[in-house]
Design a protein around this ligand. Structure first.
Ligand SMILES: [Zn+2]
Length: 257
């Protein structure tokens, strides 16, 4: 059988190019080059981007024929599409960012298998929700309701329509993950040690020795003066064990920025 006379069901052609780390979502043969995309009808630009493998939550800017467009832009025959990642700094003005309101409160919800990253984010003072029994639906619900950025190693989660802000964590080492998130989202200036409880994300507050005296071990009573307590789970933190260790860890991370 030959193809003569068969009318293509996808008569239109657009060219896509993905920039920087968005290439990590593409199969190797499509990375860092122009991808020919055949289509029919008038799909919103968000669809082909996701069909090609890139979660919309990773995209911050789409430029079609040198004009920035929104996710609802309808793809047309011969369009040239450039897709840029979130937080990529660009010298293109004026641009239409796809998210009118950045979530600059900076709060996270972390996927179930990233518990160690959750503790590290709290250690540097970043509001981080985490539960090791949450399913994907619950994670999406919390992200939307509490305006939290989703951090996950499972890129399929970021395809969920309701998620507006998400980041696919590349590394599988918790310390590297923390550095990666701080770097990619440019958060080094927001680092505030001793603000949040590592266990429960509650606020940590300075307390007097008298207030926690009855809960302290004898040696701790003897050697330490400065104490902090979680306002939610009442865990006590003090100089010497937790605080010095946390400050060291944070200094290492911040120095590497
Ligand atoms: Zn706590």
């Amino acid at each position: 059988m030959n193809g003569a006379g068969i009318i293509s069901l996808k008569p239109y052609l657009a060219n896509f190019r993905f920039y920087e780390e968005l290439n990590e979502f593409l199969p190797p043969e499509q990375r860092k080059q122009t991808i020919e995309y055949r289509f029919c009808g008038k799909p919103a630009i968000k669809d082909p981007i996701e069909v090609l493998g890139v979660p919309h939550s990773e995209v911050d800017l789409v430029v079609v024929n040198d004009q920035s467009v929104g996710f609802d832009y309808k793809l047309r025959n011969t369009d040239r599409v450039a897709v840029y990642p979130v937080f990529e700094s660009l010298d293109i003005t004026p641009v239409q960012r796809l998210r009118p309101k950045p979530l600059r409160k900076t709060a996270f919800i972390v996927d179930v298998n990233l518990g160690k990253l959750a503790r590290r984010l709290r250690m540097v003072g970043l509001d981080t929700a985490y539960g090791n029994r949450l399913d994907d639906d619950e994670i999406v619900d919390i992200a939307v309701r509490e305006k939290r950025i989703v951090l996950t190693r499972d890129r399929r989660l970021l395809f969920r329509r309701a998620i507006t802000h998400g980041y696919w964590v590349r590394s599988d080492d918790p310390d590297t993950q923390l550095r990666e998130v701080l770097q990619r989202l440019d958060l080094f200036k927001q680092v505030r040690p001793l603000r949040l409880c590592l266990d429960c994300n509650g606020k940590i507050e300075p307390v007097s020795r008298d207030q926690v005296w009855s809960d302290l071990e004898p040696l701790t009573r003897r050697y330490y003066q400065d104490f902090y307590r979680c306002s939610r789970c009442h865990k006590i933190y003090w100089e010497g064990s937790h605080v010095a260790h946390m400050n060291d860890a944070i200094r290492q991370i911040v120095d590497l920025q």
